[in-house]
Design a protein around this ligand. Sequence first.
Ligand code: KMH
Ligand code: ZN
Length: 278
Amino acid sequence: MSRPGSHGTLLTVAPTGAEHAKADVPQLPVTLAELVRTAQACEQVGAAMVHVHIRGADAKPTLDLGLLKETVAALREHTDLIVQLSTGGAVTDPEADRLRVLDALPDSASCTMGTVNFGDDVFLNRWEFVVALHKGMQERGIVPEYEIFDIGQLASLRRLLDQHGLPAGGKVHVDLVMGVPGGMPGDAETLVAALRLLPEGASFSATGIGRTTLPVMLTALAAGGHLRVGMEDTISYAKGQPVRDNAQLVARAAGLAKIAQRPPLSPAQARALLGVRS
Ligand code: KMH
Ligand code: ZN
């Protein structure tokens, strides 16, 4: 199956997330220095984009705008990676704070396409808020990555594009986040079913949470998709074996992509795929 950019594989690393506690997972990068070191190590083994959640001095998730700006600047200075900020934040973050993330002017930002149960919590994404994110990115020239936690959210994406037009850069890129308890399962059948609802010409990546990591990765590669990996999504490398660091996950994905004859895209190639300015 041929997909945009499918001669090579875009590898995104999501190194931190908002859910794991540093106290439980000491190898989780939470300071700016740890994040930059992690990003550099991941770039060396094949990552082209970094999906960023930041933490405050207490190692808890924060959407502090000053810290976000500092993070974008540091990642740009020390890597060539496409810098994608999360507007999803943590499930407790207010909409205004999530929208303000765009003022840090990253290359890319996430835009979740609907509300979903998220374990015991609710990840709230009202339609009006989704539209505000989409328009805010259009106005600022930020390239969205549409996060899809459940298949119906792909129908919402088509509606968004019909009503409000293409994103900055003119390309549509979707990330299927599979295996969240409350969202779509992380298996081959569901991934293939989701592809039927992708907007025409869209590229996609996929990530499987926890034990769905490998089935989702292998299916996405076979279907011409791109890959997101990282400790935001899994802290277990194999049964009974905790992840050593994010680069270990990126290196495994890069190895599988090479075996699939779809080697990792460089950051420059990934910018062309996603319509991100160089
Ligand atoms: N932390 C999750 C509630 C995103 O980054 O845009 C939402 C999330 C999605 O991680
Ligand atoms: Zn995220």
